[in-house]
Ligand binder design. Sequence first.
Ligand code: THU
Length: 128
Amino acid sequence: METIFQELIDKAKEARANAYAPYSKFLVGSALITENGKIFTGCNIENVSLGLSICAERVAIFKAVAEGIKDIRAIAVIGDTEEPCTPCGACRQVMIEFAPDMKVVMANLHNKIKIKKARDLLPDAFKG
Ligand code: THU
């Protein structure tokens, strides 16, 4: 595994500490690296109006896009799951929008890791 992937997992774990998830109590962290080496992090942020909640991955991606960067090389996601934490369908569609070839590094707290390309996580994605 590329050393940068472990670094992303570590950053995602740090970001997970900021998760605001009083409703689900499921804390998620994410960190991405752009093609030119910039790192953006995210955590899930819930709301009492539950549908307004947003996943950690989308927070990290939207932070990068808001800074004018869309070429994402890899994104890590970590949660307290038995198997590596996998992104939801909505996040997969958002990943594909910006960088279908980005590597998605899925991890759990016990260092179980799985890596796939975003495009392979959502076959036949909606293209409009
Ligand atoms: N969640 C994420 O942040 N990322 C995922 O990949 C899966 C789900 C969040 C959304 C919600 O705040 C909580 O986890 C439970 O679904």
